[in-house]
Design a protein around this ligand. Structure first.
Ligand SMILES: Nc1ncnc2c1ncn2[C@@H]1O[C@H](COP(=O)(O)OP(=O)(O)OP(=O)(O)O)[C@@H](O)[C@H]1O
Length: 266
């Protein structure tokens, strides 16, 4: 029997930008947490920095298609995020670790990762091997059959990262993934995202400027719902020579940029 090939199956998978936002507005409750953001990101590891309340998690939720934008345009992996018919395909190609992620405590790590693969509509025959590979990549193979409720905070976050990468996404969104990881695990995590960033667009929200300097090809700095700066980590180090507070040149560069932005915004 001859099977008809759908347009989606032959649609191009390469596009100029994985994320393309123009004048993007996103509400959190009644608050306009992302307020006219322009951003274009391609393959690589992008560190999303900003103080508490800058709008990072709200932006992540919109990029993960969990909330709809309230204004502007948003294209994800070459498709318009406002087009409901295309959302399903986009969702199958993205991975998302929310800041606070829900899980069934009685699930094992393997159950959880396989369940999330199933939710992303991966072919059933591919799920067990994909889950095993994701679990190995986050170094949880020895805990794969332990229940989530028995894991430490750092292990739980690694299980969260495993579910986010199980479908080998083209767009990977990680909201504060290093919270709870010990220094050794953070170094391993940086290696993992550098590897993932060679083929995918990885956006990592963090408060740790040092993580961004060590692992990211690009820095995106947000404040009050707006883009303050986009550049390479070396920019932060260089700008730190101008002043700012912090223990390292990059931290000083980060606080210098924020102070400049806030001074200009007044
Ligand atoms: N459900 C909500 N209702 C009203 N305001 C909200 C809601 N969720 C978030 N906000 C507000 O929106 C703004 C952006 O919040 P968001 O969580 O996106 O920031 P963030 O940069 O991720 O902060 P953090 O670094 O603390 O996680 C904040 O001022 C926050 O108080």
């Amino acid at each position: 029997m001859v099977r008809a090939i759908g347009a989606q199956e032959i649609a191009p998978t390469r596009h100029a930008w994985a994320i393309e936002a123009t004048a993007l507005k996103v509400k959190a409750g009644r608050h306009l947490a992302v307020d006219g953001l322009d951003l274009a990101l391609g393959t690589g590891v992008h560190g999303l920095l900003g103080p508490n309340g800058a709008g990072k998690s709200t932006l992540m939720r919109a990029l993960a298609t969990v909330v709809r934008p309230n204004g502007g345009t948003l294209r994800l992996l070459g498709t318009d995020a406002a087009r409901t018919r295309e959302l399903r395909r986009t969702r199958g190609r993205l991975g998302y670790l929310p800041q606070q992620f829900g899980y069934y405590p009685r699930f094992t790590v393997r159950d959880y990762v396989e369940y999330m693969a199933w939710l992303r509509e991966m072919p059933a025959s591919a799920v067990p091997a994909a889950a095993q590979r994701a679990i190995e990549r986050v170094r949880l193979a020895d805990r794969a059959d332990k229940r989530l409720k028995s894991l430490s905070g750092g292990m739980l976050r690694r299980a969260g990262i495993a579910q986010a990468i199980v479908n080998e996404p083209d767009l990977l969104l990680l909201d504060e993934p290093t919270v709870g990881l010990d220094p050794e695990q953070r170094v391993e995590f940086r290696e993992l995202i550098r590897e993932l960033g060679t083929e995918a667009c990885v956006l990592v929200s963090t408060h740790l400027v040092e993580d961004v300097v060590a692992a990211c090809s690009d820095v995106v700095l947000m404040d009050l719902g707006k883009l303050v700066h986009q550049g390479v980590p070396a920019d932060l180090v260089r700008l730190g020579e101008n002043g700012g507070v912090g223990d390292s040149p990059a931290e000083r560069g980060y606080s210098y940029l924020l102070a400049q932005h806030r001074g200009g915004a007044r």
